[in-house]
Design a protein around this ligand. Structure first.
Ligand SMILES: *Cc1c(COP(=O)(O)O)cnc(C)c1O
Length: 382
């Protein structure tokens, strides 16, 4: 498949190419390619400054970063997570034989519903991982009130949330720590990358050591560790893209507004909203298809878009609890996840970012409008 002819969800945003290549040349000249080199150090300090946190620890990806953060926090037994997230969130737990206990979502915010957390707490529960889905911040106050009262650790999967705020405070500054993904498809990318942000010195030190096999000095290993290091080229990509952060937000926002106006008055289709009082990265254009008001099903609309080479996606369909190994390990989890199942069956994520021009947005809106208003025909549905 020649993907250049397609409009995909998650095509990368890129900063200044010459600046990136210049940095790559400097890295090659220096022959310092990894092991906390100067570019990684600069990236970490720029991220920390941007967010206003004490520590930003760069890692090879967000999944490894979540695993390392969980270990450094001492999570074990059971940890409460939303089912409505990318499967990496529960996988990072299960990989360490910690049981992810799936919590239902709030259908308005798509985030974990704090009012449904407490019923899931057992004597084995050690923590909660909130996910700021689409970059819209979790109800951190309610989550942290429960965690304080029940003596649980809280961290956040902030993979979607770089550049976003909650209650005026930057995402990245909440909980014991937060983890960002800088994967190629994310708002800002390092090719592959993740960053843990936190203010606690001891915890930061432990995470740093764990990221580098537990080394605390030459020939000295003090902890069980793995290799979670970010390399210099990834950091060069991250730094370069970070310099373009405002341009990327502007493009995303323009596309988002164009989708909003292009899809107004299409019965049964609604574009999710971003609170204008917060900082937003507008990286996700998410629509919900209401099966009671739309003439065509969500899956029909996705098929129509795919037939036009527009690779829209059903996130996070069918919900982590319906994926393996969770479907087999926790076959009844869905009984407590009715909102997750309802919303996961409605969502479509549409292409945006620098690779999607305004004209493409208009075209996509017209295709959706026509598809959604057309009378359902069985022949089309086979
Ligand atoms: C992308 C993503 C991850 C995984 O990030 P990687 O950097 O690819 O490991 C984890 N959680 C969420 C919510 C994500 O969207």
């Amino acid at each position: 498949m020649d993907t250049t002819k397609h409009l995909h969800v998650g095509r990368p945003n890129l900063g200044n190419r010459e600046r990136f290549l210049e940095r790559v040349n400097e890295i090659l000249d220096r022959r310092w390619l990894t092991n906390h080199g100067p570019v990684v150090q600069e990236f970490e300090s720029k991220v920390a400054d941007f967010l206003g946190v004490k520590h930003a620890i760069a890692m090879c990806n967000a999944t490894a970063a979540i695993e390392i953060a969980c270990r450094a926090l001492g999570l074990k037994g059971e940890v409460i997570v939303p089912s409505y997230t990318f499967v990496a969130t529960p996988h990072a737990l299960q990989w360490q034989e910690i049981t992810p206990v799936f919590c239902d979502m709030d259908p308005v915010t798509h985030n974990i519903d704090p009012t449904k957390i407490e019923r899931l707490i057992t004597p084995r529960t050690t923590g909660i991982i909130g996910v700021h889905v689409w970059g819209r911040g979790c109800k951190t106050e309610a989550i942290e009130e429960i965690s304080t009262r029940r003596n649980l650790k809280v961290m956040y999967d902030a993979s979607h949330g770089f550049g976003c705020s909650k209650g005026g405070r930057m995402i990245g500054t909440f909980g014991e720590c937060e983890v960002f993904s800088f994967h190629a498809t994310k708002f800002i990318n390092c090719l592959e990358g993740g960053v843990v942000t936190l203010n606690n010195d001891d915890l930061a030190y432990r995470m740093r050591m764990m990221t580098n096999f537990g080394f605390t000095g030459y020939d000295q290993v003090e902890y069980l560790g793995i290799n979670g290091k970010m390399n210099e080229i990834s950091a060069a990509m991250g730094l370069t893209n970070l310099e373009a952060v405002n341009d990327i937000i502007a493009v995303n926002r323009q596309n988002y507004e164009a989708y909003r106006s292009g899809l107004t008055d299409v019965p049964g289709i609604s574009v999710i909203k971003y609170d204008p009082a917060e900082r937003n990265n507008y990286q996700y254009v998410v629509i919900e298809v209401d099966p009671e008001r739309c003439r065509r099903s969500r899956d029909d609309i996705v098929k129509t878009l795919h037939a036009e080479n527009i690779i829209a996606r059903k996130y996070f369909w069918p919900g982590c609890h319906n994926m393996e190994p969770y479907r087999s390990l926790q076959p009844n989890a869905g009984l407590l996840l009715s909102e997750t199942e309802r919303i996961a069956a409605r969502v479509i994520v549409l292409p945006t970012g620098q690779a999607v021009a305004k004209e493409a947005v208009s075209r996509i809106c017209e295709i959706i409008r026509k598809a959604a208003m057309a009378e359902h025909r069985t022949a089309n549905n086979k």
